[in-house]
Design a protein around this ligand. Structure first.
Ligand code: GDP
Length: 139
């Protein structure tokens, strides 16, 4: 399972701007199957745990503010080479530096409000899928 599944989060600003549908359409068109999906809102505690690896960095406090400020859509995405292929279509962390056609280039507003999260490796994908989804919520 690991190599074929990854986790994405449509960030609060992208939902607020009504871009969730357009982002999901790009993902489906790129060949990702949705193997689980929910709309939820993270508490500050949950957000701090999710981004634990960034604790102490200068961008951590505003990142926690941003990710807990409103609802998100979180999804398990499945295809061959899911982690690598999602990172490619999501693009660089900074939307201004992301390649044309990538999701962050199209929908990102800033380095922080960059539209979408993508797991950065198979181990993290497993951890992040487990963070949001129980076994019975995976299809
Ligand atoms: P990602 O894997 O491309 O999402 O990047 P990271 O895991 O390094 O960072 C997690 C999230 O923190 C990013 O998606 C951004 O929302 C935010 N972030 C990362 N680096 C910076 C930065 O230098 N400045 C700001 N403002 N936010 C950042």
């Amino acid at each position: 399972m690991a190599a074929n599944q990854t986790l994405t989060i449509i960030k609060p600003h992208a939902l607020r701007d009504n871009n969730a549908g357009a982002i999901l359409a790009v993902l489906n068109k790129a060949g990702f199957r949705i193997a689980g999906m929910k709309m939820t809102r993270l508490t500050r505690d949950q957000t701090e745990n999710f981004y634990n690896e960034h604790r102490g960095k200068y961008f951590y406090p505003p990142l926690v503010d941003m990710m807990s400020e409103g609802p998100i859509i979180v999804a398990i995405l499945e295809k061959e080479n899911a982690v690598t292929d999602l990172r490619r279509i999501v693009g660089s962390t900074d939307p201004a530096k992301a390649d044309p056609g990538t999701i962050r280039r199209m929908f990102g507003l800033s380095m922080r409000e960059n539209a979408i999260h993508a797991s950065d490796g198979d181990q993290n994908a497993l951890r992040e899928i487990g963070f949001f989804f129980s076994e019975t919520e995976r299809y």
